[in-house]
Design a protein around this ligand. Structure first.
Ligand code: AMP
Ligand code: MG
Length: 416
């Protein structure tokens, strides 16, 4: 039996059940798995996280070497005014075969292998200069300007832990150990598809009466990129059941995640949900006590996850930030699923009488008291400018009154 619990009492049954925002957030993450671990070339691994611990394969640096340009010497031979005879040279990459005896030195450059017999390096600036002989100004201690084998990492050291994000420095450390590929949870393959007979590709032609340009699919691809994920954009499908079915089933073949916009509410032309169920997608939820984005649908089929976002541009983009982005992050094994979360303080009283979580677009100002938020103004779900003006989304709980000076949780959309 369906427990009918329509949110608005206009005599029509809308959603079977609207779930709380936090529950929707939880259900998405609970039903999202990491992609399988695989090895990717160093540069492609950037921005992902290690799927396993990485150990040092050998001591690094692999040999004792010089930290400066100068002469390798025996420190016991050194004293102020002493003259040395240069018997060979040891540039980086070309070790000298010779070992040094008393009063002898080998010309050495940064990274050059310390020759046998030498235990110290005197930098050229502390000598009479380059030549077949040179004089030193003062005694040189042992190990001077020496970089010891293994001083960075030792064979068997746990260098990089599973779950660590791979940035330039992690790439450097792994490369220094000869890793050409790194084990990661790969980026999910995303297909983005907007639906609506009214949609026209921007730049393609002028609008006819009743038409609008498709903005959602472009926004969502850009949001994927922001999350470090590539997405394939499928040209808007019309609100025709067959066209929609074909587009969605093709997307489901290849994608780990399919994100649609539009057609997911309760109108007669809203065919996304029924199309999905027809195609064997199992509904996890449909309808969230969330504004903007009540009709949000989330479902799964085998390893693929499906987000049906509402068509209103602000709803689509905000739902992407708050529900899709965390799922993409989780698939890549990242634990900081969200954009940075902050405490935002309003400069005026705010109330939410909508009975559902309200994601209010705010601008932020840095003050001595921390970040102060001001609503960007009209919050209509079709007002794209509410997002171009916003620095953050403030989450105001259902039926709550936030007094000026009180704080609520906010999600940063950009750095300020
Ligand atoms: P729907 O959820 O399909 O009922 O659409 C809600 C509103 O969002 C309608 O005004 C649509 O025209 C608009 N809309 C739907 N899809 C898009 C899109 N891809 N880009 C811009 N607006 C859209
Ligand atoms: Mg539509």
């Amino acid at each position: 039996m369906i427990n009918v619990k329509a949110e608005e009492s206009n005599g029509m049954q809308l959603f079977e059940k609207l779930i709380e925002y936090a529950e929707a957030e939880r259900l998405v993450l609970e039903n999202t798995d990491k992609t399988p671990a695989e090895n990717l070339p160093l540069m492609e691994a950037r921005g992902l996280v290690f799927a396993e611990d990485i150990e040092a394969k050998f001591d690094s640096p692999p040999f004792d070497n010089s930290a400066v340009d100068g002469y390798a010497v025996r420190s016991a031979d050194t004293e102020a005014g002493k003259t040395f005879e240069v018997v060979d040279e040891a540039p980086a990459g070309r070790p000298s075969g010779k070992s040094i005896g008393e009063g002898e030195a080998i010309k050495i450059f940064t990274g050059g292998v310390i020759p046998d017999g030498a235990d110290s390096v005197v930098m050229v600036e502390d000598t009479s200069g380059w030549g077949e002989t040179f004089e030193i100004g003062k005694a040189i201690p042992v190990e001077n300007n020496l970089r010891r084998s293994g001083e960075d990492v030792m064979r068997g050291d746990l260098m990089l832990r599973a779950g660590t994000e791979i940035g330039p420095y992690e790439i450097a450390l792994a490369a220094s150990q000869g890793y050409g590929e790194l084990p990661v949870h790969r980026r999910p393959k995303v297909v983005v598809l907007s639906t609506g007979t009214e949609l026209v590709e921007p730049g393609e032609r002028e609008l006819s009466p009743g038409e609008i340009f498709d903005s959602n699919s472009f926004a969502m691809v850009a949001q994927c990129h922001d999350a470090g994920v590539e997405a394939r954009r499928v040209h808007a499908a019309s609100d025709d059941a067959d066209v929609l079915r074909k587009a969605v089933s093709e997307a489901l073949e290849t994608a780990d995640v399919v994100v649609t916009s539009g057609g997911v509410s309760v109108g007669e032309k809203d065919l996304v949900k029924s199309t999905l169920l027809d195609l064997g997608v199992e509904q996890v939820f449909w309808g969230v006590k969330f504004k903007p984005g009540k009709p949000l649908f989330f479902g799964m089929r085998d390893d693929a996850r499906f987000f049906g976002l509402p068509g209103n541009p602000v709803s689509a983009m905000v739902c992407f930030e708050l529900f899709v982005r965390p799922a993409l992050m989780a698939m890549m094994g990242k634990t900081d699923h969200r954009r940075p979360t902050i405490e935002v303080r309003f400069d005026e009283d705010m109330s939410n009488r909508f009975g559902r979580m309200h994601a209010v677009r705010v601008s932020l100002e840095k003050t001595d008291d921390g970040l102060v938020a001001t609503s960007v103004g009209a919050q209509g779900s079709g007002l794209i400018t509410s997002l171009t003006k916003a620095d953050a989304i403030a989450l105001i709980g259902p039926e709550s009154e936030v007094k000026a000076g009180e704080t609520v949780e906010g999600i940063m959309l950009r750095e300020i």
